[in-house]
Ligand binder design. Structure first.
Ligand code: PHE
Length: 341
């Protein structure tokens, strides 16, 4: 019984911090030749009245030795893995990452830009806050044009000449002022108009405008480019139609409709049962605008167009309220995770 007490002390006090010590422990307490094994063998030779108590104590000792051995084995093996893998268990299955999603406006904007980049347009960006010249005057807006009115335009109070741009045509002016033809650019960006917020209109929205200036650019070329764009964006069966319109900076000007991609042209509430939905404004750049920007209007002609991204997104994702794109409700945005990847 004295031996049992001593061995118990030896087990509990044994220094166990690495694999070598672990092996020494195993030899001393758990191998066939160990003292403890000898005690187990000796149970049967103990006097019968003491055998039960002795046997129980020796068996408990064996359990203790096994338990100490197993616990330290796990710790020592983990520590060894830590050294090899810098604390990382490389065999552990990876946890899946929760991905965010791109905003639908960014998705559609990138798609529009991609389509035009494929046919040689490059992308330019510029300031959201600009001066009257770049937003209006250079673009042939008459002094009294209603778009310059407080009703439509946000002015920056401290400076009456400075406005939040109402279209990204201001970037077309900036491009014409700094580049020589041939010019082929798209100008994406955020624009601002002082409008009441409803399901169809917002005071902030996004545009991509395009500009092509070279020698002998024709209206037919513009039409073909816009047909290509529409079919890339909305499907090969998409049709377009141009309606005469007016913009101060283009002459002639047009608005372009595409065949309704929801009802396929048969008529539905989105196309107000006409089979057509308007998606952009376009036209041949007015010679006055070329002159204002220092481009020889005898030699060069060009076309321009401008489209609204929210409009495009509403058609593509079949949503009927523009406000969804600004509220940033995560339940709405999460639906675009797949489109992001
Ligand atoms: N700037 C116009 C708008 O914001 C769109 C447009 C661009 C029309 C170029 C014709 C040519 O509505």
């Amino acid at each position: 019984m004295r031996d049992i007490d001593r061995i118990r002390r030896e087990i509990t006090q044994f220094q166990l911090s690495d694999a070598v010590q672990l092996e020494a422990f195993r030899l001393q307490f758990l191998s066939k030749k160990s003292e403890l094994q000898g005690l187990l063998g000796a149970i049967k030779s103990v006097a019968p009245e003491e055998r039960k108590n002795f046997g129980q104590q020796v068996n408990e000792l064996k359990q203790l030795a096994l338990q100490v051995f197993e616990e330290h084995k796990v710790c020592i093996e983990d520590a060894a893995l830590d050294v090899q893998g810098g604390g990382i268990d490389l065999t552990r299955p990876a946890e899946s990452l929760t991905l965010g999603s791109m905003h639908p406006i960014s998705i559609v904007m990138n798609e529009v830009i991609d389509i035009f980049e494929r046919i040689g347009f490059s992308t330019v960006s510029g300031p959201d806050i600009d001066d009257d010249w770049h937003v209006f005057s250079a673009l042939n807006f008459a002094e009294e044009h209603p778009a310059r009115d407080m009703q439509d335009t946000f002015f920056v109070d401290v400076h009456p000449d400075v406005v939040l741009r109402t279209h990204t045509s201001s970037l077309q002016v900036r491009t014409m002022e700094t580049q020589k033809p041939p010019i082929r650019v798209v100008c994406p960006g955020r624009v601002f108009r002082n409008e009441a917020i409803t399901s169809r209109a917002h005071c902030i929205f996004h545009q991509v405008e395009g500009l092509y200036i070279a020698e002998n650019v024709s209206f037919a070329e513009m039409k073909q480019t816009l047909l290509y764009f529409s079919q890339q964006m909305f499907g090969a069966e998409t049709k377009i139609r141009l309606r005469p319109s007016f913009f101060p900076f283009t002459e002639p000007s047009a608005e372009m409709d595409i065949s309704c991609n929801i009802c396929g042209g048969k008529g539905c509430s989105l196309c107000k049962h006409t089979g057509w939905v308007e998606i952009l404004g376009c036209g041949m750049v007015d010679p006055n605008v070329l002159e204002n920007c220092g481009i020889d209007n005898q030699r060069y002609t060009g076309y321009a167009f401008g489209l609204g991204i929210e409009r495009m997104a509403m058609l593509k994702y079949k949503t009927s309220d523009i406000r969804l794109y600004f509220e940033n409700d995560v339940r709405f945005l999460q639906q675009f995770t797949a489109a992001t990847q």
